[in-house]
Design a protein around this ligand. Structure first.
Ligand code: ADP
Ligand code: GLC
Length: 518
């Protein structure tokens, strides 16, 4: 798997007004990623690449994110320019500045010949053949921008395979031939180990890489070039997006043939749970909802349920308002457990529930939902496509949220659901284990329903338990409130990233010493 199966959306940013200077003690961090909200998005990576920098900015650090300017993303003031040769061709780009919050800005890498296309990673189901160039250029441009700084960055933080070459290219920053040699430490965050960016080895010299690194401890992967492995082996520190996933990826079951590498590098690996962006996902102030609600005004959630039914073309009656709505917002791929649903689709569709689904992905899963919608038009409504408003309405208006993932590095939707009083029904895997606690009727603790075995019967039984609990209003409201009261903000997790950055600081200072002598 090289790229994610999801249609892109590109949107205009709400530009933050104030530009707040970071505290002098704050770190200077340069992030590199292939998507960032609100400029581009196919999945949770985009949410994190915008919400984490904002959280770090609030803590007094100074964060710049470099990400491609895909079709439809806005123009902006030019912060810098880069001109670099990749695969024998000279590419020029402008870096267009957008402040996204105090201490946090995005620089859109504007290189139309590489990024101004109909898709983000692919078109008509086929990956762009020049993806190695497009994403090598992203990392190389970020490193070139870092080299232009009079006040160097402390940390270069790359996300996922698309930015995997950043730690390797960053070695050039230490070279005496760099105008002002600098020694930023490098961090790589793995959002999903299943997507690795694997290409033919003929790319190695074309991308300015050296054959000396085409080894098992470098970026060689079964005689091919792996962008992700390059980053894993070259970065000073590695993180992934939940503690449970950090353990799982060291096992063959979840390691996607990189579990050995993860075991070898486990001393540098930390699992840090994602947070959610309070500006975007807050039922008390969500621009997509008809009426705000929160834990003390839970009755007002009914307005969102009504709006959800209307938006999905389902009748609003006393009956449909009383019947539980099961929601899903998901890339329609195997990772998300769509094959479990396919295996029991008829039984699922026969449950006394309404289903509202938003998603895009593999054609056979899209067709399955279309068929089910035709079969039971009053009970099942699926929107095939990428639609932010519908995603928010499902989170807010549904009663429960189904996420039967085969694997889930973190998962944001279950956290959004918890925040919106929509009870998650999930498989106990990855970040889902770290966020959803099973409901215990004896003491009223817990916030959702989990099943362990990756098996359709287990999913159905657990959904049935949730449907039974829904019938008891007292239990249900307890479950909802347990979920809504927890803290899903970035505050704690952003502080954990800072700890890692700070831990890398002494190494940087020692390495800096000889350079400063001359
Ligand atoms: P992943 O990144 O693996 O897809 P996450 O749960 O971390 O899973 O994040 C998915 C993000 O993408 C959420 O913000 C979710 O709302 C959004 N999303 C997924 N599919 C769609 C869609 N079809 N329309 C709108 N938003 C979507
Ligand atoms: C990936 C994972 C998802 C995670 C997201 C953000 O897309 O599949 O579980 O929440 O990245 O880190």
């Amino acid at each position: 798997m090289a790229t994610k199966a999801a249609k892109p959306k590109v949107a205009r940013p709400k530009v933050a007004k104030a530009k707040v200077a970071a505290s002098p003690k704050g770190l200077r961090i340069l992030m590199v990623a292939s998507e960032a909200q609100p400029f581009s998005k196919t999945g949770g990576l985009a949410d994190v690449v915008s919400s984490l920098p904002k959280a770090l900015g609030r803590l007094g650090h100074d964060v710049t994110v470099i990400t491609p300017r895909y079709r439809g993303a806005p123009d902006g003031p030019v912060a810098a320019t880069v001109a670099l040769e990749v695969a024998g061709h000279r590419f020029q780009a402008r870096l267009l500045e957008h402040q996204i919050g105090p201490g946090a800005r995005v620089l859109l890498l504007d290189c139309p010949e590489l990024y101004d296309r109909a898709g983000i990673y692919y078109e008509a189901g086929v990956d762009y053949p020049d993806n190695p160039i497009r994403y090598a250029f992203l990392s190389a441009a970020a490193v070139d921008f870092a080299a232009q700084q009079t006040r160097p960055f402390d940390i270069l933080h790359a996300h996922d395979w698309q930015a995997g070459l950043t730690p390797i290219y960053a070695r050039a920053l230490q070279h005496p031939s760099t105008p002002a040699p600098q020694h930023p430490s490098t961090v790589l965050t793995i959002h999903n180990l299943a997507y690795q960016g694997i290409f033919d080895k003929t790319w190695v010299p074309l991308l300015g890489l050296g054959w000396q690194d085409f080894t098992i401890d470098g970026f060689e992967f079964f005689d091919r070039l792996s962008f992700l492995k390059a980053g894993i082996n070259a970065a000073d520190a590695l993180t992934t997006v939940s503690p449970t996933y950090a353990d799982e990826i060291q096992r063959p079951e979840y390691g996607y043939r990189l579990d050995g590498v993860m075991r070898a590098r486990h001393g540098r690996l930390t699992g840090i749970l994602n947070g959610i962006d309070p500006d975007e996902w807050n039922p008390a102030a969500d621009r997509f909802l008809p009426e705000p609600f929160d834990v003390d005004r839970l009755d007002a959630k009914a307005a969102s349920k009504r709006a959800l039914l209307e938006c999905f073309g389902l009748a609003v009656t006393d009956e449909s308002m009383a019947r539980p709505i099961v929601g899903m917002v998901s890339r329609m791929v195997d990772q998300k457990g769509l094959d479990l649903i396919a295996a029991v689709q008829a039984q699922l569709a026969a449950r006394d529930a309404t289903f509202t689904i938003v998603g895009t992905g593999e054609p056979h899963y899209q067709d399955m939902w279309r068929r089910l919608s035709h079969w039971r038009p009053n009970r099942i409504s699926a929107f095939i496509g990428f639609d932010e408003q519908r995603a928010h309405l499902v989170e807010a208006g549904a009663d429960m949220f189904l996420m039967p993932s085969r694997f889930e590095p973190c998962g944001l939707n279950q956290m959004y659901s918890l925040r919106y009083g929509t009870v998650p029904v999930v498989r106990a895997v990855g970040g889902l284990v770290d966020t959803v606690r099973p409901y215990n009727p004896r003491n009223g603790q817990g916030n959702g329903f989990l099943f362990s075995e990756y098996e359709p019967g287990a999913m159905l039984r657990t959904l049935d338990e949730a449907l039974a609990a829904f019938a008891n209003k007292k239990i249900w409201s307890r479950l909802q409130k347990n979920g809504m009261r927890a803290d899903y903000s970035w505050d704690r997790s952003a502080a954990e990233y800072v700890k890692i950055y700070e831990r890398l600081r002494p190494a940087r200072t020692t390495r800096r010493a000889p350079a400063s002598k001359g």
